[in-house]
Ligand binder design. Structure first.
Ligand SMILES: *[C@@H]1O[C@H](CO)[C@@H](O)[C@H](O)[C@H]1NC(C)=O
Ligand SMILES: *[C@@H]1O[C@H](CO)[C@@H](O)[C@H](O)[C@H]1NC(C)=O
Ligand SMILES: *[C@@H]1O[C@H](CO)[C@@H](O)[C@H](O)[C@H]1NC(C)=O
Ligand SMILES: *[C@@H]1O[C@H](CO)[C@@H](O)[C@H](O)[C@H]1NC(C)=O
Ligand SMILES: *[C@@H]1O[C@H](CO)[C@@H](O)[C@H](O)[C@H]1NC(C)=O
Ligand SMILES: *[C@@H]1O[C@H](CO)[C@@H](O)[C@H](O)[C@H]1NC(C)=O
Ligand SMILES: *[C@@H]1O[C@H](CO)[C@@H](O)[C@H](O)[C@H]1NC(C)=O
Ligand SMILES: *[C@@H]1O[C@H](CO)[C@@H](O)[C@H](O)[C@H]1NC(C)=O
Length: 302
């Protein structure tokens, strides 16, 4: 009998380790990552994930390939509760034209890892229409650099929480609350600078927080967005988590440098010293006029 105990412990340890593997991941760069990519998305030799390039009105997706079981075991309780989760990623929006960029990118939780039938452009690779339906079961956190009035966008530099729609439930101009004084500091999404996003959902409190900060700043205490939402009424039991992006007409790269995720606990921290470097963008265009001329040249040349 005593011989059974170590075996039992070993099995238990194995089960715990494998369940942690399934419910958690951390990519410091994507060179060795196992992702499901489609559309414009590619992993560059440096390990940088390029979600979109200069192809007009297209989209790209990168999904974690393994499905996640989103509802806790209901045998002890007839009410299924969506599990808590936490994710963090570092992105950079790099436009070739000063002050102009295109569309945006989003963290997405969906019932499928194949959103290749969704539209690009303002639809961010998430849906085919402004308003989807409850059967889409899509949660997204958008980083949007275009103001589309038909989507009730607040400005051309915002972060929003979307449920089955491109019209955000809540959106705020990009920025963060300083750790010391708590004062709000503006951020420009389209700045070619890497920034970090955290999305934290508390399944018991039914609260979704979104926090943004420059990479050199630790996670701010106060989130940018805090939304009361019961995701057990939105999502399905088996979900996929991913990153979605779309292009429009301004040549813009949506890069992701690192990404981590965890169910039932905080997302593993990302180590900035291990993240791939952003490519050099080249000399800045001399003037806006030249930029626009170049842009028009690109358009008419297509
Ligand atoms: C954009 O990326 C796609 C997919 O990797 C590639 O086929 C296409 O040539 C790229 N287009 C441009 C303009 O870089
Ligand atoms: C990638 O992940 C999928 C789903 O978990 C798995 O089936 C596949 O074997 C993995 N591929 C590699 C190369 O690890
Ligand atoms: C069962 O679920 C409900 C609703 O989420 C919760 O209020 C209650 O505390 C749960 N009961 C147990 C025994 O976990
Ligand atoms: C994704 O879905 C489309 C239809 O919307 C289908 O044509 C395509 O084969 C699917 N891709 C994969 C990898 O299953
Ligand atoms: C987009 O539309 C196509 C054709 O109507 C449909 O098959 C597909 O499921 C839709 N995709 C999404 C993500 O809404
Ligand atoms: C989308 O839904 C909102 C209400 O949530 C409505 O005001 C708007 O007109 C709808 N837009 C479209 C294009 O259906
Ligand atoms: C969301 O933010 C509020 C306010 O700072 C905090 O009380 C709460 O614990 C946070 N919840 C999550 C899931 O991060
Ligand atoms: C779900 O279950 C896990 C482990 O069993 C627990 O840590 C977590 O708090 C539960 N989440 C909710 C929302 O009940």
């Amino acid at each position: 009998m005593p011989a059974l105990l170590p075996l039992l412990l070993l099995n238990l340890a194995g089960a715990l380790a494998s369940s942690a593997d399934v419910d958690q991941f951390a990519y410091q760069g994507f060179a060795a990552a196992n992702l499901t990519l489609d559309g414009l998305a590619v992993v560059m030799p440096s390990g940088l994930l390029a979600l979109a390039n200069f192809t007009s009105q297209e989209k790209g997706h990168a999904f974690h390939p393994a499905p996640l079981l989103f509802f806790n075991d209901t045998t002890t309780n007839s009410t299924a509760v969506a599990r808590s989760f936490s994710t963090s990623f570092v992105f950079a929006i790099v436009s070739l034209v000063d002050g102009l960029s295109d569309q945006g990118l989003a963290f997405v939780v969906a019932p499928t890892s194949n959103l290749s039938s969704a539209n690009g452009g303002q639809y961010l690779g998430l849906l085919n229409a402004t308003n989807g339906t409850a059967s889409d079961h899509i949660l997204a956190v958008e980083l949007d650099t275009i103001r589309n009035p038909e989507l009730s966008d607040i400005n051309s530099n915002h972060v929003g929480i979307n449920v089955n729609s491109l019209i955000s439930r809540q959106a705020k101009p990009a920025g963060y609350y300083g750790v010391g004084d708590g004062a709000f500091r503006d951020l420009t999404l389209n700045s070619r600078k890497p920034m970090q996003v955290w999305v934290d959902y508390d399944g018991q409190a039914r609260k979704l927080n979104v926090t943004l900060a420059p990479v050199e700043v630790p996670k701010p205490k106060n989130p940018l967005l805090s939304e009361a939402i019961d995701l057990s009424t939105v999502l399905v039991d088996t979900v996929y988590v991913g990153l979605s992006s779309s292009s429009g007409v301004v040549p813009t790269h949506h890069y992701v440098l690192g990404w981590s995720f965890s169910l039932d606990g905080p997302a593993p921290p990302l180590d900035f010293s291990k993240l791939p470097a952003l490519p050099y963008v080249g000399p800045k265009p001399r003037s806006k006029i030249l930029s626009i001329a170049l842009l028009l040249g690109t358009w008419t040349g297509r």
